[in-house]
Design a protein around this ligand. Structure first.
Ligand SMILES: Nc1nc2c(c(=O)[nH]1)N[C@H]1C(S)=C(S)[C@@H](COP(=O)(O)OP(=O)(O)OC[C@H]3O[C@@H](n4cnc5c(=O)[nH]c(N)nc54)[C@H](O)[C@@H]3O)O[C@H]1N2
Ligand SMILES: Nc1nc2c(c(=O)[nH]1)N[C@H]1C(S)=C(S)[C@@H](COP(=O)(O)OP(=O)(O)OC[C@H]3O[C@@H](n4cnc5c(=O)[nH]c(N)nc54)[C@H](O)[C@@H]3O)O[C@H]1N2
Ligand SMILES: [Mo]
Length: 788
């Protein structure tokens, strides 16, 4: 019997999804969403301006558009992101009058999001525990005062979330470097950092090597650890074309993601009307969590064995010997290591039967052109860098980099996360970049490397970082080790958030705190009476311009560029009526703010690849930034693409935890549900996985449920296993029997972030291991809200 104050039944239900991905269900969900967000019907047209040349870049994800200039591509994800910004709901001063910060903290992330757009700058008042209105001038003065009171510039950290435009991000890094620090934690540290760190040593650039056109020519697509139907729905159109052309699509994922099975394109009127759908992936391989390194190594080993056999029989070789000879280094070391690897270990560590590994090798060998894509299922592991380099090895073996229809395709998340890094949001800047900044702006650059996300949290906890500024995002909730992170933020002297919506990071604040509301990308950005465009770079290195269409949510909003430049003026001097160009280092903050084209001119002065920036974004579709390995130019130590050797990890936190707890030790991944955007919870469904109306679920193999002596529908508490004596737990998850490998379990982010130890990061990248947390499940009970 449950307590009288608790419901007897869960808030939602589990019911397998049987329709194709997208299709009418996507339209229905979008309609529901427009109603829930109370978007004024007059703004529905905004959805049509998404990704058009004179419209705005979709804030939904970083997947590129087929014809950025002309087509309207309907996408459920984009429509939801736009609706969230175009909502007619508003947070006004009365919300903050009514509730203390402590009371607001009791609301869920979903409830906080539902308050709508922020409308005016607010300052935390400790006496009343409330946010009170503050003028913009006073807000900037407070930031300047706290920053200038620090003993050293490295006591400040400047976080960036990946929606910031190139213009805002570029000014932000100029400001922080002029102030004197390289402390640039950013969402990328938690996302594709393993890609950005893993690729440069082996191919010479930390970006993907393909464009959308390559998808038209690929014979096989290997999709590693991503869930496109939810997170990059427009990618399904490329997958569909490949499938219709007879290409092979392989999904490598512990979950057989329903959204990769069949797809009805909302772009295809006939299919929509006739109920037609296209099969997408034809091969599903389900490794254990983190098993990809062994799996890819196994495919490479099998390919080598098949090539040996072909050589012996005098048949056509399977390795691209010319490419290997001309363009790569260290193949022999790599091949020797593969030959020495044992099949038993590869099968054991990957969790994939040998026949399936061989099947993948067959598909790979018979496909002339292969693209490998990957997402968070690869990057958020301890061995993410090694896995990405192993995948590169596999691609190099058959010359699948730098030719049409083939290449590496990391699939980025936030719509401008790649651009932010390109324009200097980088805590480990190269000396060459800093030299150039120094040349262009004439002031000495800080040379000491800065803190990434995890290091920032540790530094705040130890009192080494005292001022935190967030350009977007939800740092408190997106990061690992939630209670520790909360404590770290609370120990700050000042926390500042430039933001569109209220979120928990504003409520977990420093001694002083500011909420600075900003324009979203869908909104008209007028400076000196002229509408300003901003630019973004998508996941395939296309740079294009974006113009907002909607009236701003409030007259008091400032653009991100305006906020950054005024923060800089206040801190470095030169504000309050002084001429532009005054203040420390003579930077032209006011001129930049008045005309974003001048910012782009300066971006072009720092980065050669942006030459003629303003002219090139005037062309519909924008321009492509060169990615050297695409041209088979390799900026590596050897001047060639480099094969790398990676042993299978035998001694890890997980193997150690398993030695201690046996089969009860499970490995947990934390993933996105369909109706969330990172920490923003739009609604409570995850329809392709068959979860409706609730989020506190735990996907687990039926045999593991039995092994635990429990039943599907039982409630559990989750404890993580780590060796520092700190208790980490997340309580109240309902067991859902699921098609997932034994020993692996899944639950949603961010409910589970408290389980991720701060010290558990990817080797060589520092990414929190959000997809491999060693956990134990113990009997628990349904939370009071029924598991919403
Ligand atoms: N609607 C929506 N769109 C989004 C986002 C969102 O939250 N909502 N977020 C945006 C952002 S910032 C990002 S980074 C992207 C994220 O997009 P994805 O990379 O798709 O991110 P996740 O939802 O975390 O899902 C990761 C996938 O990897 C699988 N996986 C987990 N562990 C492993 C493993 O060890 N091996 C393999 N092979 N697979 C594994 C999971 O089952 C899951 O299918 O999406 C972007 N787009
Ligand atoms: N357990 C677990 N944790 C994870 C992940 C995971 O897979 N598992 N994924 C990680 C990944 S890939 C990422 S990218 C991070 C995401 O980390 P963040 O980027 O920090 O988080 P978001 O939830 O995307 O940020 C949402 C907030 O951004 C603000 N915002 C929205 N639009 C704008 C805008 O136009 N301008 C400004 N200034 N603010 C805006 C709103 O206030 C909104 O509440 O989370 C990481 N955390
Ligand atoms: Mo991300």
């Amino acid at each position: 019997m449950s307590h009288s104050d608790k419901p007897d039944t869960p808030a939602g239900k589990i019911s397998p999804y049987t329709h194709p991905a997208a299709g009418w269900d996507a339209l229905r969900y979008v309609a529901l969403n427009l109603v829930r967000e109370r978007v004024a019907p007059g703004k529905y047209g905004t959805l049509l301006k998404q990704n058009q040349h004179d419209g705005f870049d979709c804030p939904g994800c970083a997947w590129p558009d087929r014809e950025h200039s002309s087509t309207f591509e309907f996408c459920e994800n984009g429509a939801k992101a736009v609706a969230a910004e175009a909502t007619s709901k508003r947070v006004r001063a009365d919300l903050f009058e009514r509730y203390t910060v402590t009371e607001l903290l009791a609301q869920s992330d979903y409830e906080l999001e539902q308050h709508g757009r922020l409308t005016a700058p607010m300052r935390y008042d400790a006496a009343s525990d409330k946010y009170l209105p503050v003028s913009w001038d006073d807000a900037f003065a407070l930031i300047a005062q706290e920053l200038n009171a620090l003993d050293h510039p490295d006591q400040a950290a400047f976080y960036t979330s990946g929606r910031a435009s190139n213009e805002a991000a570029f000014l932000y890094q100029v400001f922080a470097r002029a102030f004197g620090t390289n402390n640039f934690p950013d969402c990328s540290n938690m996302c594709h950092e393993a890609t950005s760190r893993g690729l440069p040593p082996v191919v010479g650039a930390g970006k993907g090597t393909v464009t959308l056109d390559d998808f038209e020519h690929a014979d096989a697509l290997f999709l590693f650890g991503q869930n496109p139907a939810t997170n990059h729905p427009r990618m399904l159109d490329e997958l569909r074309s490949c499938s219709l052309r007879g290409g092979t699509i392989v999904s490598i994922n512990p979950l057989r993601e329903r959204g990769l099975e069949r797809f009805t394109s909302p772009q295809d009127a006939v299919a929509m009307l006739t109920g037609g759908s296209t099969p997408i992936a034809s091969v599903f391989v389900q490794p254990s969590l983190g098993g990809d390194l062994a799996l890819v190594k196994g495919i490479a080993k099998r390919l080598l064995e098949k090539d040996d056999a072909a050589l012996a029989k005098g048949e056509h070789r399977l390795l691209d010997l010319d490419f290997i000879a001309q363009h790569t280094a260290y193949f022999d070391d790599f091949a020797a290591d593969l030959r020495g690897e044992s099949w038993a270990d590869l099968v054991q560590e990957s969790g994939v039967p040998q026949e399936q590994i061989w099947l993948l090798a067959d598909i790979y060998a018979k496909s002339e052109r292969v693209i490998a894509t990957w997402g968070m299922g690869i990057t958020q592991h301890k061995h993410a860098v090694a896995t990405i380099q192993m995948l590169t090895n596999l691609m190099l073996m058959r010359g699948n980099i730098g030719r049409q229809g083939a290449g590496l395709c990391p699939v980025r998340g936030h719509s401008n996360v790649q651009g932010d890094r390109t324009v200097g949001i980088e805590e480990q800047p190269t000396p060459a970049f800093l030299d150039r900044m120094e040349q262009v702006f004439g002031f000495p650059q800080p040379r000491q490397h800065g803190h990434d996300v995890v290091a920032t949290i540790a530094a705040m906890a130890e009192g080494r970082v005292k001022v935190f500024v967030g350009l977007g995002g939800n740092f408190a909730v997106a990061t690992p080790d939630t209670p520790q992170t909360f404590a770290a933020l609370r120990s700050c002297a000042l926390t500042v958030h430039v933001t569109t919506k209220l979120n928990r990071s504003h409520l977990v604040h420093g001694r002083a705190a500011l909420i600075l509301p900003t324009l979203g990308r869908t909104e008209i950005d007028l400076q000196q009476g002229v509408a300003q465009g901003v630019t973004v770079e998508d996941s395939m290195s296309m740079v294009h311009v974006s113009y907002g269409r909607n009236q701003p949510a409030s007259d008091e909003l400032l653009s991100e560029v305006a906020i950054v430049s005024r923060m800089a003026e206040a801190t470095l001097g030169g504000s309050n009526g002084n001429e532009p160009g005054q203040g420390r280092h003579g930077l032209r903050w006011r001129a930049w703010r008045d005309d974003y084209a001048l910012i782009r001119d300066d971006i072009a002065r720092v980065f050669d690849d942006f030459h003629d920036y303003n002219a090139r974004i005037a062309v519909p579709g924008g321009f492509h930034l060169t990615v050297a390995p695409r041209q088979r130019i390799w900026h590596t130590p050897s001047g060639k693409a480099q094969f790398s050797v990676h042993a299978l990890p035998k001694d890890t936190p997980i193997t150690r935890a398993r030695a201690l707890h046996g089969e009860r030790l499970l490995v947990m991944m934390t993933v996105r549900a369909h109706d969330q955007y990172n920490t923003t919870i739009y609604a409570l469904d995850d329809r392709y996985r068959g979860v409706f109306g609730m989020r506190r679920v735990l996907f687990i193999h039926a045999d593991d449920i039995a092994m635990l002596g429990m039943q599907a529908g039982d409630w559990v508490d989750v404890h993580s296993v780590w060796d520092d004596g700190v208790e980490r737990r997340a309580d109240g998850f309902m067991l859902v029997a699921y098609d997932i490998p034994r020993g692996s379990v899944g639950a949603y982010y961010p409910e589970t972030n408290a389980l991720v130890p701060l010290a558990s990061v990817a080797d060589g990248a520092g990414t929190p291991t959000f997809k491999s947390i060693p956990v134990l499940l113990v009997p628990g009970s349904m939370p009071a809200n029924g598991g919403r």
